[in-house]
Design a protein around this ligand. Sequence first.
Ligand code: FRU
Length: 513
Amino acid sequence: MNIKVSFIAIIILMCFGCKEESKNNSDLLISQGSSSDKEEKFRPQFHFTPATHWMNDPNGLVYYKDYYHLFYQYYPDSTVWGPMHWGHARSKDLLHWVHRPIALYPDSLGYIFSGSAVIDKNNTAGFGKEAMVAMYTYHDPIKEKQGSNLFQTQGIAYSNDEGETWTKYEQNPVIENPGIRDFRDPKIFWNEEKSIWQMVLVAKDHVQFYESPNIKDWKKISEFWFEDHPPLGVWECPDLFKLKVEGTKEEKWVLIISHGTGAPNAGSGTRYFVGDYDGTTFTTRQKESQWVDYGTDNYAGVTFNNEPSNRRIFIGWMSNWDYATTTPTESWRSAMTLPRELSLIKEGESYYLKSPLITKFNNLTQNISKTEITGNIPYQFSYNNLQSSVISFDAIVEEKFLVIFSNDKKESFKISYNFHDGLLKLDRTKSGQVDFNEKYKTSSIQKMRIGKQNKLSIKLVLDASSIEIFINGGRYVMTNQIFPNEGFTNFEILPKENVKISNFKIQFIKRSI
Ligand code: FRU
């Protein structure tokens, strides 16, 4: 390929609208991929996907010098999970990503499992001023095979060139396994109040809290347990951060934990606890689990460190371990959710997370001209590319309503709400390819309790094989993977008499290449 052709191919593949990125030739470096990737069936167009092969959890989310860095669990040799690496991409706006070379490769201590990254501004670790330091789990497959329980330990690595190249710390592991089989996914953060590094780590069925002056020497300071009846699947990918309660001066801490099984609509999901953290111990009065997202496809999500305007930006892996390795994509597997900005609200005596899309997402959207839509807008209309669109409206509901997306193959995706039982339901039973996995099929009808509300604000974001549903500004969220054989072209809300729509908007995603 001559330079010009490869330049165009890479731009098409990696980003639309990433003009700033393309000024710098080194930004065009990619690890894999071909120019046709963007046209592949089911490949999301404005969600992050690996150029090729397998991806799971987001890792090492950190902002540094104009860029948001997204590392991720990556297996570059197959479209199913295998020896884990950290893939890498970066973005100036969290929406246009450019792939970078693989950051971390497995070594003699094991595969590189999930973890986090920080910017060591004061060189506490001695790796250099403003070194990017990653802390991750080593998973030793040999020890695991030998039947040992000690196969997960924690290691660190650093980069002095903005995450491009990495050096592993020669005295790894920095935390040995204490005899717990599942012991992983360190999330480090700088605790302002105590001026010390702190870290949360999951250990089988609880969270452990650690602190360190230098990211190398860690001391365990506390644990957090929660009685679940029945117990949920193994605890994974924790995160801990402080948020202000909207409209007040009150501050609360939020502890996020993912669970491989036991989520409200089956399989994997991410829940949170809102409580207090005195710099050593986290406590909560919460009696029940709250989930970040009630759809089946938002897992292992965590938030960015070092975000310049102190926002809590969350990205999750848009899949579910129940069927992740079998979804019907060919050259790559899975995508990340769109970035969401977390906030905290109080209703009665309880606190809840809200997770709307980052406001900059609006820069990507443009209203669709009326001539492109036919039918009785907003109740029933056709538009030939609903699979890459954003639909939003406010609804006054008398009793119940049903939203149907469909195509000419009679495939459909349904969203319904019933005021009487307060349930919002999704139905992907006939949404296209569903037979690839029994568990995908059996999780096709999903429910979320939102209570009796006669006024709802609804935002639906469709992108090839995903639909993200935001109710009331992200107070309730459901994320789903769907695999229609043809894009949806028809939209319908039933029964018309029962639901009054206002502020209706249908938008497409601007592509600026
Ligand atoms: C969550 C997880 C993590 C682990 C990683 C391995 O999806 O199981 O706990 O570090 O994936 O890829």
